[in-house]
Design a protein around this ligand. Sequence first.
Ligand code: ZN
Length: 229
Amino acid sequence: MNLNKRLSKSIKTLKLYNSMIFDVRFREDEFIKKGYEKAMKELNDFFEINWQRNKPKIFLMADRKTIDEHRQAKTEKWNTGYVSNNDLFILAPENYNKESTHNFSEKEYFSLIKHELAHLFELVLSKNKKMPYWIWEGLALYLAGQVNDNKKPPKLSNFLDYYDKSGKGVYAEAGFAVKFLIEKYGKEKILKLLKEIKNLNSKEDFYRAFKAIYGFDLDYKNFNISSEV
Ligand SMILES: [Zn+2]
């Protein structure tokens, strides 16, 4: 794309997503409240913290258009939640089926809440430093009980591509990779790695930290997911 085309495209994007006004209302919702409290308790236990002050708030986004305007980008229809500044934003349950490719169930909606909350806990441990994307998503999938929403691949061969790159492809393997690490080597090691991330400045640093903690190289051949049940 030449410069003029690029400019006109970004101007178009700006014009498209220039709404700065949102209609926010308080809602009492027992189901979401219970799910939130259950997820917070389980995540506090897992991450070994006791999050009491400035707890995350949940914003229920009415529809796809609201999400796109809030993120100032066109989002994919499978995408139903995200985090921003210590809060989570999820598609409202009443429009969940209409505005996404998912089918609403209480179980799935709880997993969505827990998944997005897990991202916020990850940020607490890494001191807001963006971690390798495969751990960022893999750990959230694992903790939300969503690993098996994806078909188990015979072996892992692409999750390491998602270090600083994001994309839908990360979901295929990242959950299985993190599950393997936690169930084979325990959660303490992954918590240690997350806390280490704030001190790391490069991908090489991360690979070194991984090896120091796990005692083996971060390499597909060391992830034998077919051995687990
Ligand atoms: Zn996620």
